[in-house]
Design a protein around this ligand. Structure first.
Ligand code: HEM
Length: 178
């Protein structure tokens, strides 16, 4: 496949790095909320927050890099409807990659806890503790996670369909060069 038909190396690296971090934050989030209160639970909460903040930072870099370089064109076999669906899913995924960690960040602040990244430095306290919006932000974080979960499944299903059914080489555009 021609080099121009692949994403840039930076985009490919960020795609897989962010994917791993999101999956880790998602799994850890689900595990920690079901745990009984203990020092381990509190430790997991911290790890979860650090993972989420790291996602946010990488997604910001990724969005800038995506806006600065064009994505390679879709394969010819993709019709207009499929192209719109793919672009729509990608835009929604970008929105969620910001909205999910931001909702967790603001929930944590509203609950009155500062976020101390890697236990080293305190991140900006953008809102004062607010018990009135705390529960809504927690619910928002959960709902956005569920929506992102469904979209990610759709995204993976589409990639696999292109690879195994259409056999149009679409997956190669995001394959790391090793
Ligand atoms: C990609 C980033 C993130 C993902 C995928 C993610 C995912 C999740 C998931 C799946 C849960 C469990 C929800 C439930 O079913 O109850 C959760 C809970 C939570 N998340 Fe995140 N999260 C992310 C980022 C963040 C960030 C940046 C923070 C804060 C700095 C944060 C703070 C929290 C807190 C405090 C809870 C526990 C809510 C409770 O009190 O029950 N999250 N997260």
């Amino acid at each position: 496949m021609a080099a121009t038909q692949r994403y840039s190396n930076v985009s490919i690296a960020l795609h897989w790095l962010i994917a791993v971090l999101i999956i880790a934050a998602f799994i850890l989030g689900n595990i920690m909320v079901d745990m009984r209160i203990s020092p381990t639970k509190l430790k997991y909460f911290s790890y979860h927050k650090w993972l989420g903040v790291t996602v946010l930072a990488f997604v910001a870099v990724r969005l800038i890099s995506r806006l600065m370089s064009k994505a390679p064109p879709y394969p010819d076999n993709m019709g207009k409807a499929q192209t719109y669906l793919a672009n729509g899913t990608h835009i929604l995924l970008y929105v969620l990659m910001f909205a999910v960690p931001l909702s967790g960040y603001f929930y944590t602040l509203a609950a009155g806890y500062p976020v101390v990244y890697l236990g080293l430095f305190e991140l900006p306290v953008l809102i004062a503790p607010n018990p009135e919006i705390k529960d809504s932000l927690k619910e928002l974080h959960e709902i956005l996670n569920k929506v992102m979960f469904v979209l990610v499944l759709l995204h993976i299903a589409a990639a696999l369909k292109h690879h195994f059914y259409d056999k149009d080489g679409l997956l190669n555009r995001m394959r790391p060069r090793i």
